[in-house]
Design a protein around this ligand. Structure first.
Ligand SMILES: [Zn+2]
Length: 458
């Protein structure tokens, strides 16, 4: 059943008469309303199609989030982790996360997805790398199913605990045999390689300081055998680089290359400290980067050289990162921060508003290895969002509505369509009751702190 929107705003130019037509999970037609084919007009007149009037809105492809740890929405603004850098921050939070339950994974993932969807995101990855108390990646996947969000579920892992020189406590690590067996199971059960796929599995050992070289290699082998992508953290800050040099005698980029962790099927989170040779390597091999500007600022990691990466041909997408290192997960807000932070580091021409939007849509699609999302064009997945620019935050910004999305304080979407289905209409979820979900989330976040304070009760 086709649906039409008006107006549509192509390539940033203001068009008061635009329309997008959706049939099934895909975009069928895009253009000026005056040129709408007769068949669609007939369908509208006969009531076979639904029309949604979006006068005064900017309509655009849904944003793509390439890095997150959704369970962390339970541990935002934790006092002990407010002012630490990466390693200290992790050490403070691991003990808390060790008390997480399967229900906490489900509810926190749903909550994090609700927040992302309201901010314009329609496709997200989530990197879940700890599975305490019987939690499984299936819990995240079940949450995505309820939310109707396009989901790349990254099967994270940690295998080197403190007793073996790693950073995480021993109670949070798994055996490498169990990690690989579960990865196989998940790919077999959930991975959909097809066009418009709603579920994909990614293999994602957590970071060089929490897994062995062997697990990185075996994960890469398994991923290539099964045709799934690879994801991890890399070169996040100076300590991360120092750890790599000391433990492996290599820069993070050399280590990634040595393990087979470069290529179009691989993307690394952060890469704030990727050196010149690393940027050239990633550009040559098409290795992707998830840029997380808020998290990099929150943890004082630095400013990632995004301009140099893009000039070298590195695919770059955006990530809000986990809710404990970016306590607000607004993806359009992240695009705004990406633009502003590049300007702090590299001058006022370092990133335009449209470049920030391109990174947030097509850039993310490329990083996730998809050519069916990130743009409004016939044949692309019908992932479409609309922002109402008639609110106070956009007053006076009608000169360039597309740029205004990034320059002005970002609001919530008025409409979100994922895979051809309306999930948010007039700013409210179609099916989800947000208030009870948030009440349950608050309760579980409190319970998690209680469990950590009094472990004998758990
Ligand atoms: Zn992360």
């Amino acid at each position: 059943m086709p649906r039409c929107w008006s107006p549509w705003t192509p390539r940033g130019a203001r068009s008061p008469t635009g329309a997008v037509v959706i049939e099934g999970p895909a975009v069928a037609w895009v253009g000026a309303t005056a040129e709408l084919p007769a068949a669609y007009i007939d369908a509208l007149r006969s009531g076979q199609a639904e029309a949604i009037d979006l006068h005064g809105h900017v309509v655009m492809p849904g944003l793509v989030n390439t890095h997150h740890h959704m369970y962390q929405s339970l541990t935002r603004a934790v006092p002990e982790a407010q002012d630490a850098e990466l390693f200290g921050w992790l050490t403070n939070l691991y003990l808390l996360w060790a008390r997480i339950t399967p229900e906490m994974i489900r509810v926190s993932t749903q909550t994090a997805m609700a927040e992302l969807m309201l901010s314009g995101c329609t496709t997200t990855s989530d990197h879940l790398y700890l599975f305490p108390n019987g939690s499984r990646l299936d819990d995240s996947i079940a949450a995505a199913e309820v939310m109707g969000m396009r989901f790349h579920a990254a099967r994270g892992s940690m295998s080197v605990g403190r007793s073996l020189g790693g950073l995480p406590p021993d109670e949070l690590v798994e055996s490498e045999e169990a990690i690989l067996a579960d990865s196989e199971r998940l790919v077999g059960r959930y991975h959909d390689a097809g066009r418009h796929a709603m579920r994909r599995i990614v293999l994602a050992p957590c970071s060089p300081f929490s897994v062995s070289r062997e697990l990185m290699r075996l994960s890469a082998e398994l991923a290539r055998e099964r045709g799934v992508s690879l994801h991890t953290h890399l070169a996040e800050n100076d300590n991360d680089v120092a750890y790599s040099r000391e433990k492996f005698g290599m820069t993070p980029a050399q280590y990634a290359e040595d393990l087979g962790w470069v290529g179009r099927d691989v993307w690394h989170a952060h890469c704030v400290k990727l050196d010149e040779a690393g940027i050239a390597l990633f550009g040559r091999t098409g290795t992707g980067v998830a840029h997380c500007p808020c998290s990099n600022m929150r943890l004082a990691s630095g400013i990632a050289p995004i301009g140099a990466m893009r000039r070298a041909g590195v695919p770059v997408g955006l990530g809000v990162d986990g809710s404990a290192s970016n306590d607000g997960a607004h993806l359009l807000g992240e695009a705004r921060q990406a633009m502003l932070l590049q300007r702090v580091g590299y001058g006022p021409a370092a990133m335009t508003a449209r470049e920030a939007l391109e990174i947030a849509t097509l850039g993310g699609a490329r990083v996730l290895g998809r050519d069916d999302i990130g743009a409004l064009a016939p044949g692309m997945s019908a992932d479409i969002v609309a922002f109402d620019l008639q609110d106070v935050g956009h007053a006076g910004a009608g000169h360039d509505p597309v740029a205004a999305l990034v320059f002005c304080q970002p609001g919530s979407v008025a409409l979100s369509v994922i895979n051809g289905l309306v999930v948010i209409r007039e700013g409210a979820f179609e099916k989800l009751e947000l208030k009870p979900l948030l009440a349950r989330h608050r309760k579980l976040a409190r319970a998690l702190f209680e469990r950590a304070r009094h472990p004998h009760i758990a």
